[in-house]
Write a new protein. Structure first.
Length: 368
C-alpha cells in the first residue's frame, strides 16, 4: 500500500484536529460524565449553552441527560478558574481550586474593597451558609442571600454573589442540583465525597497534559490563559509531560497535542466537510487565548458584538467558524436560522443541508 501523504498544515487543518481532540468529530463520548471528564473543564457561565456543548459531544444525548448528570453530582458546575463557571468532574474540583483559588481571590481584592467585603465578613458568611445547608440540605441562591442578610451581611448589588463565589473557591460550598435554570447551593463535602489530592506541581502537570490532549493543537500560552496558571509554572509542567505529547510548528509557533491526534496528519484528518452548530461560549472557541486560528479576526465582532462579553452561537465548517446562528421558539418547535459571514453567497448547498441536520439535532436535544 502506498504511504499516505502528510497533511499540509493550515488553519483549517489545525481547526479540524481540535474538533477531533474535543470529541466534536468522530465517535464522540459514550456518556455525559465521560465527555466532561475528558474535556477537563468546559465553559458553563451560560447554562443552556453549556448543556448543548455537552450534548454536541455525546451522540444521541438529550438535555435531560446533562441536567440529570448535574442533579446526581456526576458532573459539577463551579468556579475553578478565571472567575468563570465551568463544568468538570467532581473529583477534580478540590485539587484545581488548591492551585487557582488564592490567585483568584487576590485578584478580586480591589472589587471586594469596593463591596465592603473583609476576611471577617467571609468567615461570617461561611458560618451562616454552612449552617443553612447542614445535614445535606440545599438552598436556593435567594435563600442563601436572605440568610446572609439576617446575619448582618448585605447581599445587595453584587455583594451576595461575590460572597458565594469566595465560599465556593475556598471549597466550602458548591453548586448542586438544578432548580429550573438556577442551581441550589450545597456543602462541598456533602456533595463531593471523593476528591483527589494532588500537590501543586503534580496537579499543574496533569491539568496541562489533559488540556493539551483534549484541546490540542494548543500552545503553552493558551493553557496559561485558560487555567490562570502563570506561564513560568506552565513551562515547568510542560517539561514534565512533553514526552507524552506530540509537537508541531505552525507559523513559527509550537503547538502540542496527543500523539493520537498528531497521527491523523499521516492517516488523514477528518471533518473536512463537517458542519456543526455550536453553542455560544463553546470550548472550540473560548478554550484558547488566540482564537484567530479558527475565527478570522475580521469577523470577531460578529461573535461578540460591541465586545459585550456575550458570545453568540457559531457555525463551524471544515474546522473554521463561518457564521453564527440563532434559535427561537415557534409554537412547540424551535426555529433555527443560520447567519453566515458570507452574506452574499451564504452557505454552500451541501453545507446548508448539513446545517439543517444540525438544526434537527438541536431540536431533538432540547425536546422540541
Amino acid at each position: 500500500m502506498a504511504a499516505t501523504a502528510r497533511a499540509r498544515l493550515s488553519r483549517g487543518i489545525l481547526g479540524r484536529l481540535r474538533l477531533v481532540s474535543q470529541g466534536l468529530a468522530g465517535a464522540g463520548f459514550g456518556s455525559v460524565p465521560a465527555a466532561v471528564r475528558w474535556m477537563t473543564a468546559m465553559q458553563a457561565q451560560d447554562l443552556p449553552s453549556a448543556l448543548w456543548a455537552v450534548g454536541q459531544r455525546v451522540p444521541g444525548s438529550r438535555v435531560g441527560d446533562v441536567r440529570s448528570a448535574i442533579d446526581r453530582g456526576e458532573i459539577v458546575r463551579s468556579w475553578p478558574m478565571r472567575g468563570t463557571l465551568h463544568l468538570l468532574a467532581p473529583e477534580d474540583l478540590k485539587w484545581m481550586l488548591a492551585i487557582t483559588s488564592d490567585r483568584l481571590i487576590r485578584g478580586l481584592a480591589g472589587r471586594h474593597r469596593e463591596l465592603g467585603i473583609t476576611p471577617a465578613d467571609v468567615d461570617a458568611a461561611a458560618g451562616t451558609a454552612l449552617q443553612l445547608v447542614a445535614g445535606g440540605a440545599a438552598a436556593s441562591r435567594a435563600e442563601l442571600f436572605q440568610a446572609f442578610e439576617r446575619a448582618g451581611q448585605s447581599a445587595a448589588g453584587q455583594r451576595g454573589i461575590h460572597l458565594l463565589g469566595v465560599l465556593c473557591q475556598r471549597g466550602l460550598l458548591v453548586q448542586g442540583p438544578l432548580a429550573g435554570n438556577q442551581q441550589l447551593v450545597v456543602a462541598f463535602d456533602d456533595w463531593i465525597t471523593g476528591s483527589r489530592i494532588l500537590d501543586r506541581a503534580e496537579g499543574t502537570a496533569e491539568w496541562l497534559l489533559r488540556y493539551l490532549r483534549s484541546h490540542g493543537p494548543a500552545t503553552e500560552r493558551d493553557f496559561s490563559w485558560w487555567s490562570g496558571i502563570p506561564l513560568t509554572e506552565v513551562r515547568t509542567a510542560l517539561a514534565r509531560v512533553k514526552d507524552q505529547l506530540a509537537e508541531l510548528t505552525f507559523e513559527r509557533t509550537s503547538y502540542w497535542m496527543s500523539p493520537e491526534t498528531a497521527a491523523l496528519l499521516d492517516e488523514g484528518v477528518p471533518a473536512g466537510r463537517l458542519v456543526l452548530a455550536l453553542p455560544g461560549f463553546d470550548e472550540f472557541l473560548l478554550g484558547y487565548t488566540d482564537r484567530s486560528l479558527v475565527l478570522p479576526p475580521e469577523h470577531a465582532d460578529k461573535i461578540v458584538p460591541a465586545g459585550n462579553g456575550f458570545f453568540r452561537k457559531t457555525i463551524v465548517a471544515g474546522g473554521q467558524i463561518v457564521g453564527t446562528w440563532e434559535a427561537s421558539r415557534s409554537g412547540k418547535s424551535a426555529l433555527v436560522v443560520p447567519e453566515p459571514f458570507d452574506e452574499v453567497n451564504g452557505l454552500r448547498p451541501a453545507a446548508q443541508r448539513s446545517f439543517e441536520l444540525q438544526a434537527a439535532k438541536y431540536r431533538r436535544f432540547i425536546g422540541t
